[in-house]
Design a protein around this ligand. Structure first.
Ligand code: MCA
Ligand code: AMP
Length: 504
C-alpha cells in the first residue's frame, strides 16, 4: 500500500498548540469579518476566564461540556477552555430540536450545557448556562468576573478530548470518543502534509460542531500558530469578499458548487490563495475540473469520518486525482476488504474500507459491545464506506454499505427520519433515501405507505417531521406508494426506490 511518508506524531493537543503558539501575544488568532481581531494573548486570557467559570459549575477532567451556540469567537474560546480544564467538549448542531438535544443529553450526561441566551426551553439533566459573543448570558458574565490566568490541567494522550454524536454504521446516534492522541496526531499530520506556512491564513466558513470545521480546520490553524478569518456561516458573497485576506479555504462540495455559481469566482479572485481543500461528501470530478478551469486551482480532496478524523488525502505536491480521495495519511493504515471473506481485495477491486491508526477513536460512549462489532479482530475500524484503490494507490469511494444520506455535507440517518414518519397516525411504514441533488449532493426523500383505508397528506407529514427533526433532516419530497419493494429477506430495497424517485 502506498502512503504519504510518516511524520513524527504529537500526543496531546495542548502540547501541539503550545509548540506553535506565537511569541507575540498580539498575533491574531481570529480575524473578524466586521473588523477587529482576537490575538493569541487575548484568547489565552478569555479562555482562562471561561475555564474558571466552567470549573465553578462543576466541570472537571473527563466531564462532558455540551455546547449548542451560534458560531462566533466564543465557540473557539470555549473549545480552548474545555482543553484547559481537561473536560470533554460535546458540540451540538444549532439546528437540533429540543427533542433531539434531549436524547443526546440523556445519553451523554454532561455536567453543563452552554446555549445561546435567547434559546427557550430547559432541558433535563445538566446545569444550563448561556453565553454569546456579545458578552450576554450567565456563563459569559461569570467568566468576566474571573482571573485571566488559569493553571491548565495536565492531560494524557489517552484522555478523551471530545465526544461527537454520530450514528456510525447503524442505529441511534452514539458518542464517538476522540482522545487527545487521536486529534493531535491527525492535526499534526494534516498540518504537515498540507504544507502550512508561517504566513497562512485560513478562511473559516464551516460550522464548528463537526469534525471538519472544528478539528480539521481550527486544529490546523492552532498547530500553525497563525490566524483565521472566522465567518459566522457560509455565504458566497462574504466568502468572495474575504478570499483576498486568506490563503487556505476548506469546504464541503456544496460550498464549491455554490461558489462556482457566482461569476465573480475567477483567477483574479483566487490569486492570493494557496490551497482549497474539500471533504465530508463526494466532490464530483466535474466540479474539480470546472474549479480548475475557472480559478487555476486543483481542489485537494480528502476523506474522513467522525470516528477516525482524516483518513486519506490527495497530495499537496504531485497529482491530485479528481474523483479520488487520495492516499492514506502517514501512520494511517487503510485496506479494502471483501464483505464475505474479510480478506483484502486486489487493487482495482471494490470492497469495504477499513482503517487502523492513531487517528481511530477510543470507542462509543457507554457502548463497549460496539468496540467488538465495529472493529475487525486485528483492530481495523469498519467505516461502512465502499471503495477501491487504483494502481497508483489512490482511494476512490464507490458508495456506502451503511444507510446514510449526506446532504450538503450533513449526515442524515434514514432510520431516525423513518421513526418520526412511522409514528404519524395513518402511516403504515416509510423508507428514507438520498437522491442526487445539484446543490446538496444528495437530498432527503421519503417514500411512505398508508394504513389500509387511510389517506396521507404530504404537507402535513413534512410539517410533523419539521416539529421533531432539525430542518436539514426533513424530507424535501414525500412520495406515497401502495407498497415498499422488499427482497426475499423482507428488507426494503432502497436501490429500487432511488432508481424510481431519483432525478429523471
Ligand atoms: C441547510 N439546509 C439544509 C442544509 N443546510 N438542508 C439540507 N441539507 C443541508 N446541508 C436547509 C435549512 O435548514 C433551511 O431550510 C434551508 O436549507 C436554507 O438554510 P440556510 O441556513 O440558508 O443554508 P445554508 O447556510 O446555505 O447551509 C448550507 C451549507 C450548510 C452551507 C451547505 O449545510 C453547511 O455548512 N454544511 C456543511 C456541513 C459540515 O460542516 N459537514 C462536515 C461534517 P428551511 O428553509 O426549511 O428552514 S464532518 C464530516 O462529515 C467528516 C468527518 C468529514 O470528512 O469532514
Ligand atoms: P461523519 O460520520 O459525519 O463523519 O461522515 C463521514 C462520512 O462522510 C464518511 O464515512 C463518508 O461516507 C463521507 N465522506 C467524507 N469525506 C468524503 C469524501 N471526500 N468523499 C466521499 N465521501 C466522504
Amino acid at each position: 500500500m502506498r502512503s504519504i511518508p510518516s511524520v513524527s506524531g504529537w500526543s496531546t493537543l495542548p502540547a501541539l498548540f503550545a509548540a506553535a503558539r506565537p511569541r507575540d501575544p498580539s498575533t491574531p488568532l481570529l480575524l473578524l469579518p466586521g473588523g477587529g481581531t482576537i490575538g493569541y494573548g487575548e484568547a489565552g486570557q478569555r479562555s482562562a476566564q471561561l475555564a474558571h467559570a466552567l470549573r465553578s459549575h462543576g466541570v472537571g477532567p473527563g466531564e462532558r461540556v455540551a455546547v449548542q451556540i451560534e458560531k462566533s469567537p466564543l465557540s473557539v474560546l470555549l473549545y480552548l477552555a474545555c482543553l484547559r480544564t481537561g473536560a470533554v467538549l460535546l458540540p451540538l448542531n444549532t439546528a437540533y430540536t429540543d427533542e433531539e438535544v434531549g436524547y443526546l443529553l440523556a445519553d451523554a450526561e454532561p455536567a453543563v450545557l452552554v446555549r445561546d441566551p435567547g434559546r427557550a426551553g430547559t432541558p433535563k439533566g445538566p446545569a444550563v448556562l448561556s453565553a454569546d459573543a456579545s458578552g450576554a448570558g450567565t456563563l459569559a458574565q461569570a467568566a468576566q468576573a474571573q482571573t485571566t490566568v488559569f493553571d491548565d490541567v495536565a492531560v494524557a494522550p489517552g484522555d478523551v478530548a471530545a465526544m461527537l454524536y454520530t450514528s456510525g454504521t447503524t442505529g441511534r446516534p452514539k458518542g464517538a470518543m476522540l482522545t487527545q492522541a487521536n486529534l493531535a496526531s491527525n492535526a499534526a499530520v494534516l498540518h504537515r502534509v498540507w504544507g502550512f506556512r508561517p504566513d497562512d491564513v485560513l478562511l473559516h466558513a464551516l460550522p464548528v460542531f463537526h469534525t471538519h470545521g472544528l478539528f480539521v480546520a481550527i486544529n490546523c490553524v492552532l498547530a500553525n500558530g497563525t490566524g483565521m478569518v472566522f465567518l459566522p456561516r457560509f455565504d458566497v458573497e462574504v466568502v468572495l469578499a474575504h478570499l483576498g485576506d486568506a490563503t487556505v479555504f476548506m469546504g464541503v462540495p456544496t460550498m464549491y458548487t455554490r461558489l462556482l455559481g457566482d461569476r465573480r469566482l475567477d483567477r483574479a479572485a483566487c490569486a492570493g490563495m494557496r490551497l482549497f481543500v474539500a471533504g465530508s461528501a463526494p466532490l464530483l470530478a466535474s466540479t474539480h475540473d470546472e474549479f480548475r478551469s475557472r480559478t487555476g486551482h486543483d481542489i485537494l480532496e480528502r476523506y474522513g469520518m467522525t470516528e477516525t478524523t482524516m483518513i486519506t488525502s490527495n497530495p499537496l505536491e504531485g497529482e491530485r486525482r479528481p474523483g479520488t480521495v487520495g492516499l492514506p495519511l502517514p501512520d494511517v493504515e487503510v485496506r479494502v476488504t471483501d464483505a464475505e471473506t474479510g480478506t483484502p481485495v486486489p487493487a482495482g477491486g471494490v470492497g469495504q474500507i477499513e482503517v487502523r491508526g492513531p487517528n481511530v477513536f477510543a470507542g462509543y460512549w457507554k457502548r463497549p459491545e460496539l468496540s467488538v462489532s465495529e472493529f475487525t479482530a486485528d483492530g481495523f475500524f469498519r467505516t461502512g464506506d465502499l471503495g477501491s484503490f487504483d494502481a497508483g494507490g489512490y482511494l476512490r469511494i464507490a458508495g456506502r454499505c451503511k444507510d446514510l444520506v449526506i446532504s450538503g455535507g450533513l449526515n442524515v440517518y434514514p432510520v431516525e427520519v423513518e421513526e418520526v414518519l412511522d409514528a404519524v397516525d395513518g402511516v403504515l411504514e416509510s423508507a428514507v433515501i438520498g437522491v442526487p441533488h445539484p446543490d446538496l449532493g444528495e437530498a432527503v426523500v421519503a417514500v411512505v405507505t398508508a394504513e389500509p383505508g387511510r389517506t396521507l397528506d404530504v404537507d402535513d407529514l413534512q410539517e410533523r417531521a419539521r416539529r421533531r427533526l432539525a430542518p436539514f433532516k426533513v424530507p424535501r419530497q414525500v412520495h406515497v406508494v401502495d407498497a415498499l419493494p422488499r427482497n426475499a429477506m423482507g428488507k426494503v430495497e432502497k436501490a429500487k426506490l432511488r432508481a424510481r424517485f431519483g432525478p429523471t
